[in-house]
Write a protein that binds this ligand. Structure first.
Ligand code: G6Q
Length: 564
């Protein structure tokens, strides 16, 4: 939810951030050095790098906050790392981290602070926004959420007909949906299994219809999650939900207060919708949508796993925040992952990054990361509004292992594109079943080994493969990956993992000197849809002034739906 362009202000503070003595990327000395270095390294094989240093697999690792990162299977040397760290320094990464934690308005195009780190600051901490400590406000909302969650989970909170709440439906989209869905799925192991949780985001009526078809309205609570409370999809679904409830409650409008709560920054619109604002959970304009799963937007998560687990998750986030803020860059996990990502994106020309969690509960993690990374760093101008002359955010994608191995891994192993991969795994299973977990983890290690080292023609021949088949069966290897290992998927571990990627995004945005916290790219399509809706619905033939393709599609749709 971006502010209108007329509200875009150039404040002295944001101007200072933009011109913080950081030269354009190509003029930073480390950039040219990295370019020269790339020319030397691009043909060096990981086999060689491992043969040259028998301790590489132990040396090129870092561990913090219970997260172990093995980055040795990357096409880097000590010199690469040193140059990348120099680049981070020349890019003012340290100053930008400090500026974020200080509450500076680093989201320059919206003139906003970026303070999701305050959402997980411990009680008693001080983080200032416009001179005011926001940490007590954060904890006041968390306490209110905890109180509400306890009442719903215990059955004390009753629906209109006196039944306890058994179903919770979060209605929201984008940042007000992807985090809650991902977190619910990820932490399902810890959830109250007597309750049903569903998530409705799409304006496609199927999403709502399928979510409620087997539910009793008397036992159903809707959380309308929308920072702005004006988003087309969410408000359309919220109105449909109200009709669904009221038709079961014989039009008894008092039922809305028992079955609807809101998470928003917009009290006026919440009240206008008919939700009792005492049942509204607030947050602030310094929390971006895709950085909001640990704010009140996480109410569904708290209802599912309970307040204590939710606070444990916040603890995990905070641990990673502190690591990012205070650890020297050469051991700093988000900085290392971020810089290695820059190396592939901007020197090797890699277009995508695959994120491969070997943990079924993380099945929605890649989808969540797609928004976090691509909405944040899919930018074409610098903070100063200059067109970039280098590639910014790569395409993120992925699926849980081992499923992906039986579909798209073929292309990663033998295709023509370089696809850096992040393998994520947990040493302890949440559902120990016979040998399953050893088999799962064996596959993680096997995949990274196969990608890095491949299989030479000689090895293939030695297996008795006929000559004509050898090219098909060889693996060239030299395909890079990170391995990220944690202990078990606890609420705290999830917090650490999400914060890790938030700060990877931050690191890369600082190098590229872009605004990772706005999302103007979603505006144009939204505005055009608002223009087209009445054209589709009009009882009379509308005067169409689009291009010939769009006009013809609108006419065809109207004809087929019987509008004319
Ligand atoms: C995320 C974006 C966007 C936003 C949705 C929903 O960073 O801002 O995905 O979360 O458009 O917005 P509302 O919460 O205002 O409905």
């Amino acid at each position: 939810m971006a502010v209108a362009s007329s509200q875009r202000k150039r404040t002295p503070e944001s101007a200072a951030i933009r011109s913080a003595n950081v030269p354009p990327l190509h003029r930073r000395p480390a950039w040219a050095l990295l370019d020269q270095h790339y020319q030397k390294l691009k043909r060096v094989h990981l086999r060689q790098l491992f043969a040259d240093d028998h301790r590489r697999g132990e040396r090129l690792t870092s561990e913090a906050a219970g997260v172990y990162l093995d980055y040795s299977k990357n096409r880097i040397t000590d010199e690469t790392l040193q140059l990348l760290l120099q680049l981070a320094q020349e890019s003012g990464l340290r100053d930008r981290i400090d500026a974020m934690f200080r509450g500076d308005k680093i989201n320059v195009s919206e003139n906003r602070s970026v303070l999701h780190v305050a959402l997980r600051a411990p009680r008693g901490a001080t983080i200032l926004h416009d001179g005011r400590n926001v940490v007590p406000d954060v904890h006041a909302v968390l306490d209110k959420m905890a109180d509400f969650s306890a009442r719903v989970r215990s059955g004390q909170w009753k629906g209109q007909t006196g039944k306890r709440i058994r179903n919770v439906i979060n209605i929201g989209i984008g940042g007000s949906d992807l985090g809650p869905v991902m977190a619910y799925e990820a932490l399902r192991h810890y959830s109250d299994r007597r309750m049903t949780f569903r998530f409705v985001s799409n304006v496609d009526g199927t999403d709502f219809a399928e979510a409620v078809r087997d539910l009793d309205p008397g036992e159903t609570l809707f959380i309308i999650s929308s920072k702005t409370f004006t988003t087309l999809e969410t408000m359309t679904n919220a109105r449909t939900a109200r009709e669904w409830l009221l038709s079961a409650m014989k039009g008894e409008t008092a039922a809305v207060a028992r079955h609807f709560v809101a998470v928003s920054t917009n009290t006026k619109e919440v009240a206008k919708f008919g939700i009792d604002t005492t049942n509204m959970f607030g947050f602030w304009d310094w929390v971006g949508g895709r950085y909001s799963m640990d704010s009140a937007i996480g109410l569904s998560t708290m209802l599912a796993i309970g307040p204590d687990n939710f606070r444990a998750m916040l603890g995990g986030f905070h641990e990673m925040d502190e690591h990012f803020r205070s650890t020297p860059f050469e051991r700093n996990l988000p900085v290392l992952i971020g810089l290695i990502g820059i190396w592939y994106n901007d020197f090797f020309g890699a277009q995508t990054v695959a994120v491969l969690p070997y943990e079924q509960y993380l099945k929605r993690f890649p989808a969540y990361l797609q928004q976090l990374t691509m909405e944040s760093n899919g930018k074409h101008v610098t903070l100063d509004g200059m067109q970039v002359d280098y590639d910014t955010g790569p395409i993120f994608w992925g699926e849980p292992g081992t499923n992906g191995q039986h579909s798209f891994y073929q292309l990663i192993h033998q295709g023509t594109r370089l696809i850096p991969c992040d393998f994520i795994a947990f040493t302890k299973p949440l559902n120990p079943l016979g040998r399953h977990h050893d088999m799962l983890i064996a596959n993680v290690f096997a995949q990274t080994e196969a990608l890095a080292f491949g299989k030479t023609a000689d090895q293939v021949k030695a297996e008795g493969t006929p000559d004509w088949l050898v090219p098909h069966r060889l693996f060239e290897g030299n395909r890079p990956s990170n391995t990220i290992l944690l202990d078990a998927l606890t609420p705290a571990a999830l917090g650490k993992l999400v914060a890790l990627y938030e700060h990877v995004v931050f690191t890369q945005g600082a190098i590229w000197q872009i605004d990772s916290f706005d999302q103007w790219g979603v505006e144009l399509g939204k505005a055009l849809a608002q223009r087209i809706i009445p054209e589709l619905e009009s009882a009379t033939e509308p005067k169409l002034e689009h291009d010939s393709s769009t006009n013809a599609l609108i006419r065809r749709y109207r004809k087929l739906k019987g509008a004319v």
